[in-house]
Design a binder for this molecule. Structure first.
Ligand code: ADP
Length: 476
């Protein structure tokens, strides 16, 4: 059984939860200890006790630990990529790439303790000087989803540690293996006891205990809107800092003048790769009239040629859906779209393989309109819908017709429309002639409205959440 990490000790529990491979349910990747309330409280106490000393460590120590951890993650990218593919179902090539990205994130944030400076300003009052510095927030609770089980924990934990915070980390129940490996690597890289604590276990118990505990000074959360709302509600009476990432219904606009091959590649990659289980997935394809039929035919043809299957097998393009419950959600979304007038052009079938897994062929639904549930609610599966529009103006208006605002993409050869879209798309991230999914690790990530709340993640902007600003006045 893979234990919890509390106060520098590896702790087992009487009850463990199997980590099941969604490509082959007979393959149990491992069994993970399940924390309850008391373990969660012990982890919060350990992080609280470790916070003052860790907050005062010299930048070199913090930098060296993150650098060592990043190097180990990169060195073991193939092995950890296999683990990721096995527990989450991402195809091996993408799983290895995600691990490598996590390693690079750790190395990137290894530089932050050394780079972080302050400001020195004259006061408006004579004889007074002002220093502006950054200090740790304290204990940071990190709650993560299963869809990027290595990269998301890395992009939250690395900046938390870099800016001198201690961490209580609760990964998703469905993908605890990568979380465990990352905690093990960071601990062996030299973290003092209690600086990083790992709690595998149910969100409703462990996560909720973190939300309710006033000793947790800040919470960074990625997951569903419903849980995000809980994080915020629990944090409001405590005046706690929160950072929420909660998904999207990301539009990819394809204009008549688009390069067809490029647009099809962007749509297929953005909507279906990683089984569509990305919050930045291009789930709404908004296509102008004169290119609509050609675009739909070309996408359908590409989809028919993709192979859905075991994530570890050579030649697989689309891995399994993460579990049975998610598979049913995906199928129900397709059925509802059809009932509301959408036409299932291709896919949406359960695929039989040699192993028992949750395989669903990528589904393309055409003839949809903005008011349908398929264009309002996030599905989180290999499902995309097409909305036919007249022209650019209608495309932009349709793209913005959503409560979400994570990422928006456009395929066009027109500088005028691309520039206008970059300015007017209501989203935190905009892509031109690129899939909406697939972002760099050194620049801000996040959205507007129902997609995100709080300061941006990643890159230098992560400082806004993971540190607190102090302004000191000194009379000379
Ligand atoms: P998803 O649909 O991606 O599973 P969830 O919001 O259910 O989204 O899960 C994201 C993370 O939030 C997981 O780590 C989960 O265990 C955790 N979680 C679920 N319920 C709660 C809760 N009540 N309090 C805190 N965390 C929770």
């Amino acid at each position: 059984m893979k234990p919890l990490l509390i106060g520098g000790e590896w702790v087992t529990t009487s009850h463990g939860l199997p980590n099941v491979n969604p490509s082959d349910v007979s393959d149990i990747v491992d069994v993970h200890a399940q924390a309850g309330r008391s373990e969660a409280e012990a982890a919060i106490a350990a992080a609280t006790a470790a916070a003052p000393a860790w907050g005062r460590t010299d930048p070199q120590t913090r930098s060296d630990i993150l650098h060592r951890a990043g190097e180990e993650v990169l060195r073991r990218a193939d092995e950890l990529g296999r683990l990721l593919a096995r527990e989450e179902g991402k195809v091996l090539r993408d799983a290895i790439a995600e691990v490598a990205r996590a390693g690079r994130i750790l190395r990137y944030f290894a530089g932050e303790p050394l780079r972080t400076g302050g400001q020195f300003l004259p006061s408006v009052r004579p004889g007074v000087n002002i220093e502006i510095t950054r200090e740790p927030v304290g204990v940071v609770g990190i709650i993560t989803p299963w869809n990027f089980p290595m990269a998301i924990p890395a992009w939250k934990i690395a900046p938390a540690l870099a800016w001198g915070n201690t961490v209580v980390f609760k990964p998703a129940e469905l993908a605890p293996g990568c979380a465990w490996a990352l905690a093990d690597i960071l601990q062996r890289a030299g973290l003092p006891a209690g600086v990083l604590n790992l709690l595998t276990g149910p969100g409703s118990v462990v996560g909720q205990t973190m939300l309710d505990d006033a000793r947790v000074d800040a919470i960074s959360f990625t997951g569903s809107q419903a849980t995000g709302a809980r994080v915020m509600a629990a944090s409001a009476p405590l005046q706690r800092k929160v950072q929420l990432e909660m998904g999207g219904k990301n539009p990819l606009v394809v204009l008549d003048d688009a390069d067809l091959d490029r647009a099809v590649a962007a749509a297929v990659d953005g909507a279906y790769f990683s089984t569509g289980q990305r919050c930045t997935a291009s789930s709404r394809l908004i296509v102008t009239e004169r290119i609509h039929d050609r675009f739909v035919s070309a996408v359908a043809e590409r989809l028919a040629g993709l192979r859905t299957g075991h994530a570890l097998e050579d030649g697989t393009d689309i891995g399994p859906v993460v579990d049975e419950a998610q598979l049913r959600i995906d199928e129900a979304a397709i059925a509802r779209a059809r009932a509301q007038g959408g036409s299932l052009r291709v896919g949406g079938d359960r695929v039989t393989q040699a192993t028992e897994g949750f395989f669903l062929s990528p589904a393309l639904i055409t003839e949809t309109t903005s008011d349908m549930a398929i264009n309002r609610e996030e599905v989180f599966g290999p499902v995309a819908s097409v909305i036919r529009v007249r022209d650019y103006d209608e495309a932009l208006a349709t793209a913005n017709e959503t409560d979400f605002g994570l990422c928006a993409g456009i395929c066009t050869e027109s500088l005028k429309y691309a520039s206008d879209f970059k300015r007017n798309a209501r989203a935190g991230m905009v892509m031109v002639n690129l899939p909406t999914a697939g972002v760099d690790y050194h620049v801000p990530f996040g959205g507007t409205r129902a997609s995100s709340f709080g300061p941006r993640e990643q890159g230098a902007f992560a400082a806004e959440f993971y540190s607190s600003v102090k302004t000191a006045y000194t009379a000379s």
